[in-house]
Design a protein around this ligand. Structure first.
Ligand SMILES: Cc1ncc(COP(=O)(O)O)c(C=O)c1O
Length: 262
C-alpha cells in the first residue's frame, strides 16, 4: 500500500469521530456506568474510575458451584471488589450471560457497558492503534535509526492483531504483523478481524495487512510437554518468562515456522 494512500486514510480515521458515532457516545463513560467485563486489568481500571465491575469467568461444569478461591488473577480482582460470575463452558456457549447481566443492571437503574472477550470490538482496537503510534514515537526517540520489519503476536480473541496491523499499515512503521492463534483457526480470525476493521471504516482487507498461523496445538490453555519445555528453556536462557497460554505458544509456533520456512 502506498504511503500517500495510507496517510489520507489515517486522517480519515479519527478516534474522536469514531467515539461520536453510536453506540460509543460519551455518556457511556459517565461515573455511574457498570462495566460487564472479563479481565483483572479491566477491574482495576474500573476501580480507578470509581465504577463497579462484573467479571464473567468460564470454568468447568464441576467447578461452577464452588468458590474459585484465588486462582488466576482472582486475588487482584477480589482486591478491587469485582463481582465475579462463574459459568460453565457449556452454558457460556448457550446463553449470552453478558446480555442477561446487562438487562439485570439496567432494571436496577444502572447504565452498564459490556466489554466483549479480550476487549475485542472496534472501540478496543483503538488501544492497539495507539500502541503502534507509541512504538513509532519510541523508535524515533531511542532507537538510533534501528527499525524492525516484523511483529509477532499471539492471537486469542482478535483485537490485538486488528489494532496492531491497522496501526502499522496506517503509520510510518509498515512492519508486517504475524499472528499465531491459540484457539479457533486462522479463517475464523480473518473474518472476525475484518468485521472489526469494517467497524472502523478503514477500508482495508484483513488478509492484506497480517498473516495468521495456527498454534493452538492441543487446545486453548492446554500444552504439550514440548511447548512447556520451550517456555522453560527461554526463561532459563534469557530471564524472559513467556506465559504458556499465549506468548509461549506464539513463540513456539514462530520458532517452528522459522525452522520449516527459513
Ligand atoms: C500475552 C497475551 N498475548 C496475546 C493475547 C491475545 O490477544 P487478543 O485476545 O486481543 O487476540 C492475550 C490475551 O489475553 C495475552 O494475554
Amino acid at each position: 500500500m502506498e504511503t500517500n494512500d495510507s496517510t489520507s486514510k489515517a486522517k480519515a480515521l479519527s478516534f474522536d469521530d469514531f467515539l461520536s458515532k453510536k453506540p460509543y457516545s460519551p455518556p457511556s463513560w459517565a461515573s455511574h456506568l457498570k462495566p460487564v467485563a472479563s479481565k483483572a486489568t479491566t477491574a482495576v481500571a474500573a476501580k480507578y474510575l470509581n465504577l463497579d465491575s462484573y467479571l464473567i469467568l468460564r470454568t468447568s461444569k464441576l467447578l461452577v458451584g464452588k468458590d474459585p478461591g484465588l486462582t488466576g488473577n482472582l486475588l487482584v480482582e477480589r482486591f478491587v471488589g469485582a463481582h465475579i460470575h462463574l459459568i460453565s463452558k457449556e452454558e457460556y456457549a448457550k446463553i449470552a450471560l453478558t446480555n442477561v447481566l446487562k438487562e439485570q443492571l439496567i432494571k436496577e437503574g444502572r447504565r452498564p457497558y459490556v466489554i466483549p472477550v479480550g476487549g475485542s470490538n472496534s472501540l478496543g482496537t483503538w488501544g492497539y492503534i495507539e500502541a503502534m503510534r507509541e512504538i513509532e514515537e519510541q523508535l524515533q526517540i531511542t532507537s538510533n535509526g534501528v527499525k524492525f520489519d516484523d511483529i509477532v503476536v499471539a492471537c486469542g480473541s482478535g483485537g490485538t492483531i486488528a489494532g496492531l496491523s491497522l496501526g502499522s499499515w496506517l503509520g510510518a512503521l509498515k512492519a508486517k504483523v504475524h499472528a499465531f492463534c491459540v484457539c479457533d483457526d486462522p479463517d475464523y480470525f480473518y473474518d472476525f478481524v475484518q468485521d472489526l476493521i469494517d467497524g472502523l471504516q478503514a477500508g482495508v482487507n484483513a488478509r492484506d495487512i497480517f498473516s495468521i498461523i495456527n498454534a493452538k496445538g492441543l487446545g486453548y490453555a492446554m500444552n504439550t510437554s514440548e511447548e512447556l519445555k520451550f517456555v522453560m528453556e527461554v526463561a532459563a536462557a534469557t530471564g524472559v518468562v513467556l506465559d504458556p497460554v499465549y506468548s509461549g505458544k506464539a513463540a513456539y509456533g514462530m520458532m517452528k515456522d522459522m525452522a520449516e520456512n527459513p
